[in-house]
Design a binder for this molecule. Structure first.
Ligand SMILES: Nc1ncnc2c1ncn2[C@@H]1O[C@H](COP(=O)(O)OP(=O)(O)OP(=O)(O)O)[C@@H](O)[C@H]1O
Length: 287
């Protein structure tokens, strides 16, 4: 698979504070992959996202060591406009994303395309398509500031998707959402992955991470403790040492294992709970 983002020995410290908040980060993100970044509070997840999307060094100064390559070209050699076409960033807080200058959801979703100078006759069908995809057609005439947190989150996602970026960086989309809203938003993210987009997600809810991502990066105090295929990372003793959550199904299986129940493999998705015990617990089958 082709690489889309490569970080080579990247370290970063903010202008305020002496600490290097990211240390010797080397990452190779493949085109079309779904990468989740996990780690405890303050481990550097948002900072890493900001480097991946070029916000650091283009906006946030500070000291950045190492090399960041986006689609074969050094991040420093991109114009800001090129970056915003290539990478869409969905903020953790949808309030941050809403422009505040548009009076309806339709206009809000169209705003980015307008700024890019896309002709009106092209903007309309693109916005219509995305409103349907994200299932917010009914909100089109509403003021974005009258919406609930979950509705705003979907508008924020729509305003990024409409730009058709190759890479989506999404910071904790579930933080404002109830379980139904979360499922809806993850369904949209899944569709984006199916369309061939590269997804980079920060998420604390490990059930969602295990269900959706093919690659996992575990950050711990600014260093990558372990990274690779999601299942391998979750099975790695280094993951266990980091005091971060497992998916619920994995936690249950690990508890049972501690109590003496042998596992055939470590389940990471709900659908695997039956098969992981199949031969070891008599009668526990899905038929
Ligand atoms: N603008 C800033 N200036 C100075 N230090 C910062 C700034 N933003 C973050 N930091 C520091 O960088 C470190 C990493 O922060 P970051 O927000 O990247 O972590 P995180 O893993 O995303 O945390 P959380 O899960 O709480 O969102 C923390 O020690 C934080 O205090």
């Amino acid at each position: 698979m082709t690489s889309i983002i490569q970080l080579k020995n990247v370290s970063y410290r903010y202008p305020v504070g002496d600490e290097w908040v990211l240390k010797h980060i080397t990452v190779d993100i493949k085109k079309g992959s779904f990468v989740s970044i996990v780690g405890n509070n303050g481990s550097g997840k948002t900072t890493l996202c900001n480097i991946i999307r070029g916000f650091i060094p283009h906006f946030h100064k500070g000291e950045l060591d190492g090399t960041v390559i986006l689609d074969g070209k050094d991040m420093n050699d991109y114009e800001l406009g090129q970056l915003s076409e290539k990478i869409g960033y969905v903020f953790q807080n949808p309030f941050t994303q809403i422009s505040g200058v548009k009076e309806t959801v339709f206009e809000e979703v169209a705003y980015g395309l307008e700024n890019l100078g896309v002709p009106v006759e092209e903007i309309y069908p693109r916005v219509e398509e995305v409103l349907t995809l994200v299932n917010i057609q009914d909100l089109r005439e509403k003021n974005p500031f009258e919406l609930s947190g979950g509705q705003r989150q979907r508008v924020a996602l729509a305003s990024i998707i409409v730009m058709d970026p190759e890479i989506l960086v999404i910071d904790e989309p579930s933080s404002q959402l109830d379980p139904i809203g979360t499922d809806q938003v993850f369904e949209i993210i899944r569709l984006m992955k199916e369309k061939g987009k590269t997804i980079i997600l920060v998420e604390h809810k490990m059930d969602l991470v295990a269900e959706h991502s093919d690659t996992l990066i575990l950050l711990d105090e600014g260093v990558i403790l372990v990274q690779g295929e999601t299942r391998k990372v979750l099975s790695d003793p280094l993951y266990a040492s980091a005091n971060v959550q497992y998916p619920h199904v994995t936690e249950v299986a690990l508890e049972l294992q501690k109590a003496g129940v042998p596992l055939e493999f470590l389940p990471i998705k709900y659908a695997e709970i039956m098969t992981c015990f199949k031969t070891s617990v008599g009668g526990l089958t899905d038929d």
